[in-house]
Write a protein that binds this ligand. Structure first.
Ligand code: ARG
Ligand code: ZN
Length: 319
């Protein structure tokens, strides 16, 4: 679920007013490698349920209970053809519901990028939205006029937004969105897939609370993901940083190419001692950040970027 790591190329540009609220949620999923009985799988099961389409009711009463894998170990995703009477792209069960029906259901026309995926819902964002619900997020308009989604850094919205609005939209709306208007590009709105690009830090915290609470058992089951989830599969040799100007006087620009997301930097002296350090917000491939170095005395230093166990370093000269 790439999107949940802020790795998509269509995330907001760093000069966008909502960029500062955009979080790398640090949540990644992998396809299951083992079935509940321990046998190998590619994580995809296909069932002939003997009918050409399903209703939500039929999903809840029949399909889900008969096909679900232990929800304490797996996120279950059912991709289905809904009967035409039900115009839904998908739906999710919030934390705390029944163990027979937990997971998310997504229309085959709104799943993934290829095959039966159909514009404007063919960019995988329905899954992101539904998994947001599955991790306890509400719609940003709180399902009411100016309703509350219990998140402080999503702008209050009057109602769902469809299509792809032009920023800023509904400036100073009735519920107090302010000059930047509504956050119609938030994954928990209803805009088209090519327009949904962000979760906020508040949403990230709420999802993490669900992962540490009702859904904590998912972390205790290494058998379901045979490899460590996340950045470990990335070849660190392909990641590079450029520091400029070099030599530098007052500010050092750091530009990064690669697949990691760094959230801390440190400046070390030639002996490896940390001189200064600070937080950076999810530095990723398209970005350049600048750090002040006025207070350093003349000489060689090492700039180090880290996130968890990953780090990358590069030498620079302060003149
Ligand atoms: N209507 C659905 C729900 O409320 C999903 C909306 C997803 N939107 C999208 N652009 N993919 O759960
Ligand atoms: Zn929804």
């Amino acid at each position: 679920m790439k999107t949940i790591r802020l790795l998509n190329a269509d995330s907001l540009p760093s000069n966008h007013p909502f960029w500062n609220s955009t979080a790398d949620c640090e949540i990644q999923f992998c396809l299951a490698h083992q079935k509940p009985d321990g046998t190998t799988t590619n994580g995809i099961m296909r069932y002939n349920i003997g009918q050409s389409s399903v209703t939500k009711t039929y999903m809840e009463s029949n399909v889900k209970p008969q096909t679900i894998w232990d929800r304490s170990k797996y996120l279950n995703i059912w991709v289905v053809k809904f009967s035409t009477s039900q115009s839904i792209l998908g739906y999710a069960q919030f934390p705390g519901g029944s163990g027979n029906t937990d997971g998310v259901v997504i229309a085959h026309t709104a799943f993934g990028y290829v095959g039966t995926a159909t514009a404007p819902y063919n960019n995988g964002r329905t899954a992101v939205h539904e998994i947001g619900h599955w991790l306890n997020l509400y719609h940003i308009w709180g399902d009411n006029f100016c309703g509350d989604d219990l998140i402080s850094d999503t702008k209050p919205a009057e109602d769902a937004n469809y299509g792809c609005k032009t920023f800023p939209y509904n400036v100073n709306n009735a519920c107090g969105a302010g000059a930047n208007g509504e956050m119609f590009m938030n994954y928990m709105d209803y805009s088209d897939d090519n327009c949904l690009v962000m979760f906020t830090f508040g949403q990230k915290n709420r999802m993490k609370a669900a992962l540490n609470g009702a859904r904590a058992s998912l972390f205790l089951n290494p058998n379901t993901c045979n490899y460590p989830v996340g950045v470990s599969s990335i070849d660190i040799a392909k990641n590079t940083i450029d520091l400029y100007p070099n030599p530098a006087t007052d500010f050092l620009n750091i530009s990064y190419k690669g697949d990691l997301l760094f959230n801390q930097y440190a400046v070390l002296d030639a002996t490896g001692k940390i001189i200064t350090k600070g937080e950076i917000k999810s530095l990723h491939s398209r970005e350049t950040i600048q750090i002040p170095i006025q207070s350093l005395s003349k000489g060689f230093y090492i700039l180090k970027l880290t996130e968890g166990e990953n780090s990358i370093s590069q030498k620079f000269f302060k003149q």
